[in-house]
Design a binder for this molecule. Structure first.
Ligand code: ADP
Ligand code: MG
Ligand code: ZN
Length: 634
């Protein structure tokens, strides 16, 4: 919308305001029954006398307020009188007829009055409200440096045109990104998941032909700065399609309905440019769980509903794919995650050592460096750093080089800027100290070794000490070889032992405990409690139900269905089960102490190791071959 049209709209609004006020003023004066001309009030009996005397020429009866307006004389001598009719004077008509008086009854047009009333009581406030909103909007736009302030108001009801929210075309501009997967280092798993979307966008017909349900949306989940936006752009670049980007917060508007209008507009534009990518950054701003609380936000809810219905509604054969990013997926409304919406979740995690070096390499291409620079050192000294942090480190190093009047970045510049960037970041993101890294390495290796040594445990597939989105400092992933739905008592006991493995390793190596095991403790206790109260797996109580699973709906803990005395005994039994697992873990790790050291050191160096690497070290026969745990002395 250009400036001229904008001006025109503004003056139109002004005209309408003035016209309305003028109209109101006029109808007010007209409405008071000709007070402008001289009217004489007379009594009803006087009126009757004047009729009888034949003076009255014309009578207007206003049935609304029972007033009679009548005239006497003609031409210049015409006089106007007013009187109030005697209630129920049924002889009047005969009398008037008798004297040939021209009689008229005015049935007041109450509908007109009502219309006027409505206009005054609703129209005016709305107009004033719109005016203020429009003014605020302009001021906001000005403050944001938007060079084309635009009018977003003008409801269709006033016939002023100008669609709500239409004018945000500038914010939602499609572009060719030119970014490809090559510009994104690491994140191989994310790229792989996105590859299907790329091939769909390149070739929607192929999918339609087979009748495959094409992907509509995917949710990129990960901490800030890990390259979510970059990946979304890369998908558009790879497929060579238009990229629409908008922040979730841009949908959150002051006025109900505007956010929803923006969503509508966004999808309208997208469908014109299809195939294309629509990227909604930080979707949690608009996609927060709708709650039933009183303080629920109508505007946001409407916007979210609009988004949901657009996602359901758009013609997917055209090839619109909606990508969204968030670092708080747990706050999202469940409706967003249903099939046909953001049903794919693509984790974008912090980079590990190899990933960090690759990212550094990509960004190092943009600056001039002295030959022989070792980026590996930088990568090793930045555990927990995000891609954005690393890009920042390279940039800081370049700035430092300029400050010192050099034309190339040196190794020293790099290492200095690591301190600058990471020290600044330490509070914000999880960057572990060297000692913490060591503790976490032993902790995770502890879980893994105990898992490997238990017959009933699933194989270890991955161990990492790269901090997770979830807040965990590391984790050991076990993947069942095949799906199974029943858990034996031995498997449950093994699981408890594995959960105790982390803390057991810390105790064994550092003779110290950390808070890092709190989640393990919670899980182990829950499992042990369920064994006793739900699964009938304890020797003490046997096959008796003593409690119900913790209610998902009431949010409370487990509900016991037993006497208080029994509850105490249950606690003792749960404690015994967990302690048994703890002892098994300690014994296992003591017997494999050398492997524990070796694997923990290896993990600390590599940060992420595969299950195969882990098993290779564990089973390598070098005199310290793993020992199966001696059965507990029972
Ligand atoms: P997010 O959207 O996850 O917060 P961005 O995509 O905005 O992160 O990343 C910010 C910047 O960090 C990118 O522009 C890029 O320079 C850098 N970056 C992050 N991850 C990577 C990566 N995997 N490869 C290359 N650069 C990256
Ligand atoms: Mg981003
Ligand atoms: Zn643990």
């Amino acid at each position: 919308m250009d400036m001229n049209e904008n001006k025109r709209r503004r003056s139109m609004l002004l005209y309408i305001l003035i016209a309305l006020i003028a109209y109101l003023a006029i109808s007010q004066t007209l409405g008071t029954n000709l007070t402008a001309r001289q009217v004489q009030d007379v009594s009803y009996t006087e009126f009757l006398t004047m009729v009888d005397e034949g003076q009255v020429k014309k009578v207007d009866l206003n049935t609304g307020d029972n007033t009679l307006t009548f005239t006497t004389g003609e031409g210049d001598s015409e006089k106007i009188y007013e009187t109030t009719m005697w209630p129920g004077d049924s002889t009047l008509i005969e009398r008037l007829d008798e004297h040939n008086v021209d009689a008229n009854a005015n049935i007041p047009d109450t509908s007109g009055d009502m219309w006027l009333m409505l206009l005054i009581s609703y129209g005016l406030p709305i107009l004033i409200f719109l005016g203020i909103g429009w003014w605020l909007n302009r001021r906001m736009k000005k403050a944001m440096g938007d060079d084309g302030p635009s009018m977003n108001f003008g409801g269709g009801g006033f016939g002023m045109g100008g669609g709500l929210g239409k004018s945000n075309a500038k914010e939602i501009k499609g572009e060719e990104t030119g970014v490809t997967f090559k510009d994104v280092a690491g994140q191989d798993e994310a790229k792989e998941s996105l590859q299907e979307i790329v091939s769909f966008l390149k070739n929607p017909e192929k999918y339609n032909e087979i009748g495959a349900r094409c992907p509509r949306g995917a949710l990129l989940v990960g901490p800030p700065g890990t390259g979510k936006t970059l990946l979304a752009k890369a998908v558009a670049g790879e497929a060579g399609v238009t990229f629409f980007q908008i922040a979730g917060s841009a949908f959150v508007e002051m006025f109900v309905g505007r956010g929803a209008a923006k969503v509508r507009d966004l999808f309208k534009q997208a469908s014109e440019k299809a195939p294309c990518i629509v990227f909604i950054d930080e979707i949690d701003a608009v996609g927060k769980r709708r709650d039933s609380s009183l303080s629920s936000n109508d505007e946001r809810e409407q916007t979210l509903n609009q988004l949901l219905s657009e996602m359901d509604g758009f013609d997917n054969h055209k090839g619109i794919v909606v990508l969204a990013a968030t670092n708080r997926p747990e706050t999202l409304d469940q409706a967003l995650l249903r099939p046909g919406r953001f049903d794919r979740r693509i984790p974008v995690e912090l980079p590990d050592l190899v990933g960090r070096e690759a990212i550094l390499k990509i960004h190092a291409n943009d600056v001039k460096m002295e030959p022989g620079i070792d980026l590996g050192v930088v990568a090793r000294s930045t555990p927990g750093a995000s891609g954005a942090d690393l890009a920042n480190i390279i940039n800081e190093a370049a700035l430092r080089a300029v400050r010192f009047g050099r034309s190339r970045v040196t190794q020293e510049d790099l290492l200095e800027s690591v301190d600058v960037v990471i020290a600044g970041e330490k509070k914000k993101s999880t960057v572990l100290s060297q000692h913490e890294k060591e503790v976490v390495s032993y902790h995770e290796t502890g879980h893994a070794i105990v898992a490997a040594m238990q017959k009933g445990s699933a194989p270890v597939s991955k161990i990492t000490i790269v901090p997770r989105t979830s807040g965990a400092l590391g984790f050991t992933m076990q993947v069942e070889e095949d799906e199974h739905f029943l858990t034996t008592r031995q498997e449950a006991k093994d699981k408890i032992a594995v959960l105790c493995g982390g803390r057991a390793a810390e105790e064994l190596i550092f003779s110290e405990m950390t808070t890092g095991a709190s989640n393990d403790i919670e899980k182990a206790t829950q499992l042990a409690r369920a064994m006793v109260t739900q699964y009938g797996m304890s020797d003490k109580f046997g096959m008796v139900q003593l409690g119900q699973p913790a209610s998902r709906y009431l949010g409370g803990g487990q509900q016991l269905t037993c006497s208080e005395g029994t509850a105490q005994e249950i606690d003792a039994e749960v404690q015994r089960l967990v302690e048994e697992g703890h002892q098994t873990a300690l014994r296992t790790l003591r017997e494999n102490r050398f492997k524990l050291h070796e694997i923990a050191h290896y993990l600390q160096k590599k940060e992420t190791i595969t299950g195969d690497e882990f098993m290779n070290i564990l089973t390598r026969d070098d005199g310290f071959a793993p020992k199966m745990p001696t059965p507990p002395a029972e």
